[in-house]
Structure formats: C-alpha cells, structure tokens
Ligand binder design. Structure first.
Ligand SMILES: *Cc1c(COP(=O)(O)O)cnc(C)c1O
Length: 372
C-alpha cells in the first residue's frame, strides 16, 4: 500500500464489539482477570498497556514499516527510554545539532550512569567513522535536525553503525512518517515527538518509538516505560490516531507552504541565510531529495542584522505566532536562543519557523510587512 492509504487504514479495523468505524477510547485503568491472574484480552493494568495505545502502536508500526512500536507520554520520555536502556560502559554518538532536550538529557544523566557520549557532525561520514569506538553502542541521528535542518545519510550511517556493532536510532520528528521511513533505510529505531506533526493540532503531547525488530532494544524500552509509568494516556493515543489519519494531506500543504516561504525569504537582502532542505542552496539538498518524499514544514533563517533584527522581525509578524513547538496547523516563529536556557547554542541571529496550513500568499505577505 502507498503511504496515503496506510495512514487511513493502519490500525483502523472497526471496533470488534460494536462495529463502530471510529475507534473507541478505553479509559479503564484495570481489567478483569481470572483468580490466578488469567488475562481475558491480554490486558491487566494501564501502566503496562491499554487498548487505545495498542491500536495506535499497531498503526505506527505499519506506517514506519517496523515490527513493533511503543507509545510514550512525550517525545522526551521516548528518547530517554532509549538512552536509559544503554549498559554502563557504553559510548553514544549524538549529532552536533540536536534537539536541546536530548542534549540536556545526555549532558545531565549519561555520565553518572557510566555512559560516555560525544557530539559529532553526522553530515560528515569521515568524522563519524573517526568517532566510532569499540564501545559505541548507539548512534543517535536527528534528521532533519532541530533547529539547523541538517540532513544525515540514514542508509550510510546505518551501514557504519552496524559494521561497529552499534544501533542506529533516528529522531524523525521533523520529517514525520509521511516524508521518510528510517527503518526502511536500515535504522534500528525511529523516534517521533508525536506532539508535533503526528498530533498535528498543537493539542496533544506524546512520543513514539518504532523498532525494526521485536528484540532486546524493544523489550528494554518497554520495561522502562512500564516501570516509569511513561505511557501515553488513552485520550492522547486516540487524538494521535486521529491526527495520523490526515497526516499525508497536511504534510503536502506544509511542504508547499514552507517551500514558498523559504524561496521568498532567500530573496530578501535582510536575510543572510535560509536553511530549508528544499532549496538547492541547502548543503544536503541532493541527499534530502534521495532520502525524503518532501522537504517538510520547518525552516530556519539567519538575519543579516543579527539578534536585534531577528527579534524585530519576530515582534512584527501578525499571522505567525511567537511560540515554541511545531507541526500544528498554525504558523509559529521562535527566536531559539532566547528559549534555550542558560547555555543557548542556536545562533543569536536565528529564527525557526514552523510553517502551517494557511495560504502561502498570506504567510509571505505577513513576512514581507514584518521585514519592511
Ligand atoms: C519536540 C521535539 C522533541 C521532544 O518531544 P516532546 O514531545 O516535547 O517531549 C524531540 N525531538 C525533536 C526534533 C523535537 O522537535
């Protein structure tokens, strides 16, 4: 099946007891069992699993071409389950540009657990080769990366990782399952913050891991989820499933609008640099074209006038809302350095844009008036 069809039909069987076409939400925390704990339908207690979350996981495994999926309460819960699964003594490679929560988690908690990590430019395969060590257990790729929109070569990095006995995990949040399928390119685990494009309406938090095999990595992350109680609530699973149904048509518009916005901004003298994989000027444009079905709704720009000019643009937009997060129907803009805490790593001149589903002419007009 084509992705468009899978997004509609994966995990969408009518309810077995009522034939309802839309899925039920099961809020039960506990499920009747026999006197010796015999399960009637496979469920026992919500922290371990629940039927609505199961339905979402079946759908996500199908759309990402994986063997099994785990839904979490947030993207960070999913990410930290992977990092906490690593044995003491192992080594992790992280991208130089990576979601700041992932960076913060690694910097704060890996060392005390006896896990070493290193940030490397994952767009440079020679640099990765030089950093892979005997103890490297995991290569964590984020592609496209947040906020610099760097693209890593998933197939090449999978080959390199596997040659060293390491796993490749890919944070594919910016692409969503509509634009790339890392497992099909050889990755072992794919992570999504479903708070973003999968949910799609800025109203539901969640995170997802999909595994190429139902093996040790899946079992360990699942056990951590149960013991931490990092499950997705049934209502959030239901909303995420609802978001998944319209993902491919939403993404088509996000891509078209972001391309229009990127091309407009690239022609403005006030803009020093536009980072969007859909522009031929992007250093990994050819790779993005090969590895993705479209270039997504995220871009970032650097203002020629530096921090002051960036803040001025952000203060003058009317349609774009100054807010964090991304992937919703409404366009957002954010000065990343201002919200990254005590040690910002984004360039001070950088604004990140999440291009929504408004008409592209209106978005361009808003940016034009804000720049003038
Ligand atoms: C938002 C985000 C996360 C974290 O997800 P939460 O759902 O906020 O916990 C991780 N990676 C990327 C690329 C993100 O944009």
């Amino acid at each position: 099946m084509k992705p468009e069809t899978l997004f509609i039909h994966a995990g969408a069987e009518p309810d077995a007891t009522t034939a309802a076409v839309a899925p039920p939400i099961h809020l039960a925390t506990t499920f009747r069992h026999g006197p010796a704990g015999e399960r009637e339908h496979g469920y026992e207690y919500i922290r371990e699993s629940n039927p609505t979350q199961d339905r979402l996981e079946a759908a996500l495994a199908a759309v990402e071409h994986g063997a099994a999926a785990l839904a979490f309460g947030s993207g960070m819960a999913a990410t930290s389950a992977v990092l906490q699964s690593l044995a003491a003594g192992s080594h992790v490679l992280l991208p130089r540009d990576v979601y700041h929560g992932t960076r913060l988690y690694a910097a704060t908690f890996l060392a005390e657990r006896g896990v070493t990590h290193e940030a490397v430019d994952l767009t440079d395969l020679d640099a990765v080769r030089a950093c892979l060590a005997r103890r490297t257990a995991l290569l964590w790729l984020e592609s496209p990366s947040n906020p610099l929109l760097e693209i890593g070569d998933i197939a090449a990095l999978a080959e390199l990782s596997h040659a060293h006995g390491a796993l490749l995990a890919v944070d594919s949040t910016f692409a969503s399952p509509a634009l790339q399928n890392p497992l099909a390119l050889g990755a072992d685990v794919v992570m999504h913050s479903s708070t973003k494009y999968l949910g799609g309406h800025s109203d539901v938090m969640g995170g997802v891991l999909v595994f190429r095999e139902r093996g040790a990595a899946y079992e360990r992350a699942g056990t951590l989820r149960t013991l931490h109680g990092a499950v997705m609530s049934p209502f959030n699973a239901w909303l995420t499933l609802r978001g998944l149904r319209t993902l491919s048509c939403r993404i088509e518009s996000h891509c078209r609008n972001a391309q229009a916005v990127a091309e407009f901004l690239a022609a403005q003298p006030a803009i020093a640099r536009v980072r969007y994989p859909g522009l031929p000027s992007h250093p990994q444009h050819a790779l993005a074209r090969r590895q993705m079905r479209g270039f997504g709704g995220m871009l970032s720009v650097e203002l020629a006038g530096g921090r002051e000019a960036a803040l001025r643009l952000a203060s003058r937009v009317r349609l774009f809302t100054n807010a964090t997060s991304l992937g919703g129907v409404e366009s957002l803009i954010e000065h990343r350095a201002s919200v990254e805490g005590d040690h910002p790593i984004s360039p001070p001149s950088l604004l990140r844009l999440s291009v929504g589903l408004e008409h592209p002419d209106d978005l361009v007009a808003d940016l034009r008036q804000a720049l003038s």
